[in-house]
Design a protein around this ligand. Sequence first.
Ligand SMILES: Nc1ncnc2c1ncn2[C@@H]1O[C@H](COP(=O)(O)OP(=O)(O)OP(=O)(O)O)[C@@H](O)[C@H]1O
Ligand SMILES: [Mg+2]
Length: 509
Amino acid sequence: MKNTPIPKVEMQHVSKSFPGVLANDCVDLKLHKGEVLALLGENGAGKTTLMNILCGLYRPDSGMIFIDGRQVEIQSPRDAQKYGIGMVHQHFKLVDSMSVLENIILGLRNEPFVLDLKRVRNRLVALAAQYHLDVDPDASVWQLSVGEQQRVEILKLLYRDAEILILDEPTAVLTPQESHELGRVVHVMKQEGKSAIFITHKMEEVMEFSDRVMVLRKGKVVAEVNTAETTPRALARMMVGREVLFQIDKKTVSPGNVVIELSHIEALGDRGLPALKDVSFQLRAGEILGVAGVAGNGQTELAEVITGLRRSTKGKLTIAGEDMTNSPPLQIIRRGVAHIPQDRTSVGAVGDLSVASNLAMKQYRSRPLSAGFFLSPKNILDFARTLIEKFHIFTPSPQTQVKFLSGGNIQKTILAREIEAAKSVLVAVYPSRGLDIGATETVHRLLVSQRDAGLGVLFFSEDLDELLHISDRIAVLFEGRIMGIFDANEVTIERLGMLMAGVCEEEGA
Ligand SMILES: Nc1ncnc2c1ncn2[C@@H]1O[C@H](COP(=O)(O)OP(=O)(O)OP(=O)(O)O)[C@@H](O)[C@H]1O
Ligand SMILES: [Mg+2]
């Protein structure tokens, strides 16, 4: 056996419990210099908790942490910074109204009292070039895309000389192109001798980015393997504890009436620029219309126009034959249209309310959750329990506040509420984001069963495999325009990919 070097980081027998859950159960973790460790596990397995302990946000109930072989106490993110540990959280913590440069400066410790702005800027620009993290130091954060904001977060850590970078589901919010670029950044970091812990639900990324994989299940380490010695299928099995089939039975149904029709719809984006241009299509009952496209090409705006959250500046929206152009959201909800939004934290769920209240939010006006003017707490709880079971939401109880759930379980709560509330149309924007593979399979099955039950489903995704797998037809969105609508059985991945990149066919087909 080779002489094993002292690990950069070692966690020994770390445990952490919350009311009703043992989130980390005697976890051992080692990370070497220049190594990338992928942390895998189902939603609620304890990945974020373990990393929050390492970056000083949570104190463990028991266990020890060593950096370069020396035992340390990490009591705060400041302590973590002192030991060279930095974390990019799934929900970024930048200040929107400030510039990139100002965000980098914010909270710096070892700067002289009078800050030498020029020096900070020069160093920032040099770091950005070294790591291929391209951002404009003077741009305000609110103007940046999600991918750019993430680069700022990473730069902020590198500026603080982080040696150990923790990335919690960094690619869940990125376009495939941006994920690929992040892969390059991670590669440069490795070459510079930095180490990283990478949480993801995407197997291809585990294979591409990591040297080693650690799998958590219900708070415990259930497997540790070298990436080169495993396969995505084997990892999936270790995670879920059973074989994952990635298959769905989809019977053919003939679509019914038109439930939604858009004709020549135009709308502006948040920055006042045209986001939808002359969009026309029909969605029928009993079909899944997939919307393919790289995020940021009008998906959010399209979903918002249909659900009444954004005004269209031109064109017409009809729901079940009735003109609903620019009607308020509540009226559209009353027509049986449900919406799984892209942004689950600010519009999807109310963190301070219980899981049960969040689940009941769309249905409390009607029986059996209320009778006359009165809500029925018992029926609300029963309703919640049924959904928690059906959607495998991992929560200590229906009364637990949503903010205490893991990222994937918050997503499942929104999915459960909206899929249940959909009576004629379901607008699902990236519904499987942040979900583990088992939960993704469940969501696919539920979307198909809603379609079989006669709903029209508009399904947004960037993942072409997923789109081809469950859609009946696929529309491609590029720069706010529909580039074409195809039968899912007849179109190829290559053709969709070309259209997503804005390449039109020459034949004029
Ligand atoms: N602050 C908290 N208070 C109460 N419970 C918590 C808190 N943070 C996490 N938990 C619970 O700990 C468990 C593990 O959650 P954690 O966020 O670590 O899961 P995860 O593996 O990151 O899952 P996901 O893939 O969904 O992000 C969950 O049951 C969660 O509800
Ligand atoms: Mg998490």
